[in-house]
Design a protein around this ligand. Structure first.
Ligand SMILES: *Cc1c(COP(=O)(O)O)cnc(C)c1O
Ligand SMILES: [Zn+2]
Length: 413
């Protein structure tokens, strides 16, 4: 086994079990690889010859045996976005599109695939999570495939599409009267009391490693090149620092040259603890009470918030928070220019990128990657009353010509 756990803060070592806090300093535990051992086997060729999924990076993922699930998760498109680039006034822009991640259409299938495989290896029979929506669907899906008993805990105000997206897999769904932070607090108690495997609590160290694959893929899909700027949404703070960790692993293993990218944190103004901390010069974000349509990233007290703050500061990046109307306009802008339908979290990221470019924080002539992490079909309701309405007509050509004189093109707003 080439990995163990280590305290993120005091670096105390721990065995690779379902531990998640350091008993010496209360810091979070993270996976630590024996990079010398990894260096002896890993190469670009070995990765390129691997499966078209997150498991092509298996040498840097914390499992002991064979992957058990997520055999088609990851390896999502990195889309060159020239029409969006033109609208934003920049030269080189890409969308890393996890709205089409298999099987549940969000970035969560990466982290859950690793956590679920590790849960089986550690002997858990109940797989669970505290979720803002997408995680519940992903955990329930992978649990179904693995035949694990499943319980998902959600806030009781989730979008119906997100609840349905979990319910179809027949998990136990526990809707807690409260927000995500209340759900998470309860789940920590349940994990300790009942010994269930919670993807993002006692299996969090393994879960977080799965997010590195988002960064690995960006680099590999750019032809083993590091982009200058990466804009990521932030909820609990897993993804953004792990994109950076993944890219820095590839750099230190000699698989890619170039400077580390600048990392930018995107949040909704209605839930922006990390962006506030960046603006106010705080090391640890002050908790907020979430109030935004971007529910999948509405976490007021992010577990890894300080890691996001560190990653953004260390790379010379910045934060951006955007209002509710900007979020909807961000969804529409991405759809109109690139044909990609994302959920509000993606709207936040697009709108934050637009703002960072307009503020001159991200320059127009350097490579930029926007992280799109979830699919719009789950939250289509947020667009009610927007966009063109169907023109209802009879079935003859005359009906058509009366309604659309001369076959006029669609009016652009
Ligand atoms: C979970 C999630 C994120 C990011 O969450 P982190 O906890 O910060 O990793 C981003 N977008 C969507 C759609 C999500 O579901
Ligand atoms: Zn410690």
């Amino acid at each position: 086994m080439n990995f163990s756990l280590r305290c993120h803060v005091c670096h105390a070592p721990f065995p690779a079990t379902a531990l998640y806090v350091c008993d010496k300093c209360m810091g979070p535990l993270e996976v630590h690889f024996d990079y010398d051992a990894v260096r002896r086997t890993i190469s670009r060729e070995r990765i390129e010859a691997g499966p078209r999924s997150i498991w092509r990076y298996r040498d840097l993922l914390p499992i002991e045996g064979e992957p058990r699930t997520g055999l088609h998760s990851g390896w999502t498109p990195l889309v060159r976005a020239d029409r969006l680039a033109a609208r934003l006034g920049v030269r080189e822009l890409y969308v890393k599109d996890d709205s089409v991640n298999h099987p549940t259409c969000s970035y969560k299938d990466r982290v859950v695939s690793v956590a679920a495989t590790r849960a089986v290896e550690l002997g858990f029979t109940v797989f669970a999570c505290a979720s803002t929506g997408n995680l519940a669907g992903s955990v329930a899906s992978h649990a179904a495939r693995l035949g694990l008993d499943c319980s998902v805990f959600i806030p009781d105000n989730l979008e119906p599409g997100k609840v349905a997206g979990a319910a179809v897999y027949q998990p136990r769904i526990i809707a807690v009267r409260g927000n995500y932070d209340d759900v998470n607090r309860l789940c920590t108690q349940v994990a300790d009391q009942y010994g269930w495997g919670f993807a993002n609590i006692n299996l969090r160290a393994y879960y977080a490693e799965g997010a590195k694959t988002f960064g690995y893929e960006i680099v590999e899909q750019l032809g083993w090149r590091v982009p200058r700027h990466i804009v990521s949404p932030v909820a609990g703070g897993t993804l953004l620092p792990r994109i950076l960790k993944g890219i820095n692993e590839l750099r230190s293993l000699g698989l890619v040259d170039g400077d580390e990218p600048k990392m930018y944190a995107a949040q909704a103004a209605g839930c922006a603890p990390v962006v506030n901390a960046l603006e106010q010069g705080l090391e640890f974000p002050d908790p907020v009470k979430p109030d935004t349509i971007a529910k999948s990233i509405a976490i007021g007290n992010p577990a890894d918030g300080f890691q996001v703050v560190n990653a953004v500061r260390a790379t010379g990046g910045a934060g951006a928070k955007v209002g509710e109307e900007e979020i909807l306009a961000g969804i529409e802008l991405l759809a109109e220019t690139e044909g990609i339908f994302t959920e509000p979290a993606g709207g936040v990221t697009v709108a934050a990128t637009k703002q960072l470019i307009e503020r001159g924080v991200i320059p127009a002539d350097e490579s930029i990657v926007i992280c799109v992490t979830g699919n719009g079909y789950k939250t289509a309701d947020v667009l009610a009353g927007r966009g063109p309405v169907p023109i209802h007509i009879g079935r003859s050509l005359a009906d058509f010509e009366a309604a659309v004189p001369g076959g006029q093109t669609v009016e652009q707003s």
